[in-house]
Design a protein around this ligand. Structure first.
Ligand SMILES: [Zn+2]
Length: 408
């Protein structure tokens, strides 16, 4: 029997392992991460799993199938948090997966495949500025150069692993081979307001959005705010204002594309000087790479035309790009069926935030189930879910696990 109250209690219990008094901050390889990981390993063993800490600091549990050594259905999420975080982002997926195994074990049920649950040690990338470390190691795409990365105190990841009692040289052995993992399924809070707006407890994820990040620098002419007539100005900030609205317009023009200017800086930055130079960032995300590329091209062309009209020079630089991770249609289908069997309406939606599945995709096919969160808030102490929604998510996940099969 699934016990939703236990899911909530365990999320509360993990949240107490925090370096932030009165709040929740738990970063990769910290003493608090160690305590939380040990707690999770205990939950796994209690659920009938063989559990161990792996060489990158993941909590890894295995529940054998009808015979030992079968390939697995992998479930999981992450145990690290952002600073001043909520207690469900990541942890809910790990705790719920363990709860599902607990239910199988309690009824003595073995499936024609093993189940592995992993609580990834790092997904958020807070400590070393590089994300998905736990899932990259499992997927065999851990970049050893990351070991030289340092945290704010100057400690290298290599040293932090050693301090945690781990052997960095053993990280390659964490990697799973293709074929050992039949699929990866992750339950996670939505981190957006769509399910709440539609009155739904759960949603089936179609893709983890890819993103493009640009830095745009506009150069006009600085001048005296009192003496230069309006028609002779080349105001870089006024041009930037038009560009910001253009980013919004482009994103609004295509369902599922989102575009954001999150940072802007004007120089010289004085009340009585016309801004001569402005730099701003653009973040564009979409569930399909083609949609995103089209949106970025449209943004670039709008910036060009604004700047041509205003006699301002524009330099647009791509800072970072990551392709979208598409959830496998056959897995989404099976998740849809589980949702329906639980008497719920099927709602598919893309994920605007990144998740461990992005890394796991290198060795297996992935799917995700979203659980509604209050007001779509995450990465905040205000992050909140109801026990009823935790129950709905757990029921759907367990149903999915029990009916899981490879496509014919
Ligand atoms: Zn997360």
């Amino acid at each position: 029997m699934l016990d939703p109250a236990r899911i909530m209690e365990r999320c509360d219990a993990l949240a107490r392992h925090s370096e932030l008094p009165g709040g929740l901050t738990r970063v990769f390889l910290s003493p608090q991460a160690r305590a939380a990981t040990d707690t999770v390993l205990g939950f796994m063993r209690e659920a009938g799993m063989h559990a161990k800490l792996d060489a990158i600091g993941n909590a890894a549990g295995r529940y054998e199938g009808s015979r030992a050594g079968l390939p697995c259905l992998m479930l999981g999420s992450h145990l690290d948090t952002v600073r001043d975080a909520g207690k469900y982002d990541g942890m809910l997926g790990v705790i719920t997966a363990i709860e599902c195994v607990h239910a199988l074990n309690a009824s003595g049920k073995r499936l024609p495949f093993a189940i592995e649950v992993i609580g990834f040690g790092d997904e958020e990338g807070v400590r070393f500025g590089t994300t998905l470390l736990g899932s990259r190691a499992v997927a065999g795409i851990f970049d050893r150069q990351a070991l030289a990365a340092t945290d704010a105190a100057g400690t290298t990841m290599q040293q932090a692993l050693l301090d945690f009692g781990l052997d960095p040289a053993a990280i390659p052995r964490v990697a799973r081979k293709k074929g050992e993992v039949l699929a990866y399924a992750e339950l996670h809070i939505e981190q957006g307001p769509v399910l709440e707006a539609e009155g739904l407890a759960v949603g089936v994820v179609t893709a983890i959005n890819g993103f493009s990040r640009l830095r745009v620098t506009l150069r006009g002419a600085a001048g005296h705010a009192g003496t230069v007539p309006m028609r002779l100005r080349r105001d870089a900030l006024a041009a930037a204002a038009e560009c910001v609205l253009a980013v919004e317009r482009v994103a609004q023009g295509q369902a599922e594309v989102v575009g954001t200017v999150g940072r802007i800086e004007a120089k010289p930055g004085a009340i009585n000087v016309i801004p001569g130079e402005v730099a701003f960032t653009v973040d564009v995300r979409a569930p399909q790479d083609e949609l995103r590329h089209d949106a970025v091209a449209a943004v670039r062309s709008e910036i060009d035309s604004v700047c041509r009209k205003r006699g301002v020079d524009a330099a647009v630089e791509t800072l970072q790009e990551f392709g979208s991770t598409v959830c496998s249609p056959w897995l989404m289908q099976q998740m849809d069926e589980a949702v329906k069997r639980q008497g719920l309406r099927v709602r598919r939606l893309p994920s605007g935030a990144g998740h461990d599945g992005m890394a796991l995709k290198a060795i297996t096919e992935i799917c995700m189930l979203f659980v509604r969160c209050k007001a779509g808030i995450s990465h905040s102490p205000l992050e909140s879910i109801t026990e009823a929604d935790a129950a709905a998510g757990a029921k759907v996940l367990l149903d999915f696990i029990e009916h899981f099969r490879l496509p014919a």
